[in-house]
Structures are given as C-alpha cells and as structure tokens.
Design a protein around this ligand. Structure first.
Ligand SMILES: [Zn+2]
Length: 265
C-alpha cells in the first residue's frame, strides 16, 4: 500500500518532467537546462506551480501569472505516468524490473504524446530509448539472443513497410521505435506488442472513420499505438501470450460469433 502511494507520487513527478521534455523538444530547448516557465508569458514557475496534479487542479488549469489556460495534457500525462509507475510496482513489486518498467514507460509516454500531437517520432527520444531498453533488459536478465531477434523483428517489420511504400506509410521513426520495443521486450514478446498496436490502431482508426472524424487517407499516428502496446506488453505480455497459445483468442472469436448468430446459446 505505502509503496504503491510512493510509486504513484514519484510517477506523477516523472510525468511532470515528461511534459517539460515534450514541450522543450517541440520548441527546440534543452530539456536539461533552465527552469520551467509558462509557455504563454514565459514567467518562471515557482515550486507551488510545479506540484504534479495538484497545481493544475488548484489553479483550475490556468497560469498563475497570465491566467492563460494550460493544456490538459499537463494533467493527463502526470496522471498517466503516476498510474504506470503504480502499475509497475503492483505487477513486479519493488524490483529492478519495476524500475526498468517505469523508466521505459516514461520514454514511451513521451513518444505516445509527441506522435499524437505532432505526428513525429524524434530520434532524440527513440535513440536513447533503444540504449536504455538494451541496458535495462540485460540488467533484468533477458536473454541477449532474444533481444537481438526482437530488435530485428521489430525494426525489420517497419523497414519492410518503409521500403515497400518508399516512406509513404510510415516514417523512419517507426523503425527505430520497433527496434527499441524489440530490445525492451525481446522475442517473442515484441510480437505481442506489435499485434496489440495493430489491433488497437485498427479499432481506433475504424471508429474515427465511422464517426467521420478522419478519412481513409489521413495518417494514424502509429507511434502512439506502438508505445501503448509496448507498455501493456511489458506489464501483461506473458499472460497475453499464454492466453493466446492456450487457444483463448480463438475461443473468444468463436464465442463472440455464436453470440451474434445464435442468441439461444
Ligand atoms: Zn503565464
């Protein structure tokens, strides 16, 4: 219980840093130098303006100095990172695995938001993510061969699409993110993350087309779905894989089919 609360609070602070990284990468500032400031009036922020979640709520989502609204992203990223850190500790206990999971979640959360907002996966995020994923995986004892195969599969799948479409379907950033996921999860778990990303991406894209919010031709920010799939797989990949191999997925498809075509069952 106590470790869960500590993990959540620590996670929201990491989320606050993620927000600063997302903003500063976009405007071209160094994430490491200088104090945080309001994007509107550039007023430096005091400690009371930087308390994760609470500052946003107390100030009703507005800057204390210029009263301009602060993007809801600042609140949601802090909350998401808090929940991810809580999830990692809940799943793995206080362990190296949880630490690696939290650090990788922070990288993937930045990629998730950045690709969603700007349709771009920056090398300045994906390349360090590859290095951290490799080191973290070796620290928690994943097999080097599994990591190598994972990276080749993750990067190779996107390289193939990149080459076939001459860069029209996906960008080079997806290739590097695929490699990072392979190094983070290894084979066969990277396969689970790719399937989750394609499934969730297809469902969301279909929903947007049906509600006419997007057309067939508009691009889906695939890095967003890959990041989400990667984190979900880090947490539950083995369970999903076991469930799939035990035939759970096929049972589910058959049951769903029967429910629609024979309601008496
Ligand atoms: Zn301001």
């Amino acid at each position: 219980m106590l470790e869960g609360i500590i993990a959540f609070v620590l996670g929201t602070a990491i989320g606050s840093f993620c927000n600063a990284v997302i903003y500063r990468l976009h405007v071209g500032d160094s994430p490491w130098r200088g104090r945080s400031y309001c994007p509107h009036c550039k007023h430096p922020l005091a400690i009371v303006d930087l308390v994760p979640l609470l500052s946003f709520l107390v100030l009703h989502g507005r800057c204390r100095y210029c009263q301009q609204p602060i993007a809801g992203q600042y609140f949601w990223v802090e909350l998401a990172m808090g929940l991810l850190a809580l999830g990692m500790v809940w799943r793995f206990g206080i362990s190296l695995e949880a630490v690696v999971g939290i650090v990788m979640s922070a990288f993937l959360l930045v990629i998730f938001v950045y690709d969603l907002r700007h349709q771009l996966i920056l090398d300045r995020v994906s390349l360090p993510a590859m290095v951290v994923a490799l080191v973290g995986s070796l620290v928690i004892g994943r097999e080097p061969l599994s990591l190598l195969v994972g990276a080749i599969v993750g990067a190779g799948l996107f390289f193939l699409q990149f080459a076939l479409s001459k860069g029209r379907w996906i960008g080079g950033g997806d290739i590097r993110l695929g490699a990072a996921l392979g190094l983070m999860l290894g084979w066969p778990l990277v396969g689970v993350s790719l399937v989750l990303a394609y499934f969730s991406g297809a469902i969301v894209a279909l929903g947007m087309i049906l509600t006419k919010r997007k057309s067939w031709t508009s691009a889906v920010p695939f890095g967003t779905f890959l990041s989400a799939g990667g984190v979900a797989t880090f947490l539950w990949g083995n369970d999903i894989l076991q469930w799939y191999l035990a035939g759970g997925f096929f049972d589910w498809v058959v049951q769903t089919f029967l429910r629609f075509y024979n309601p008496t069952i």
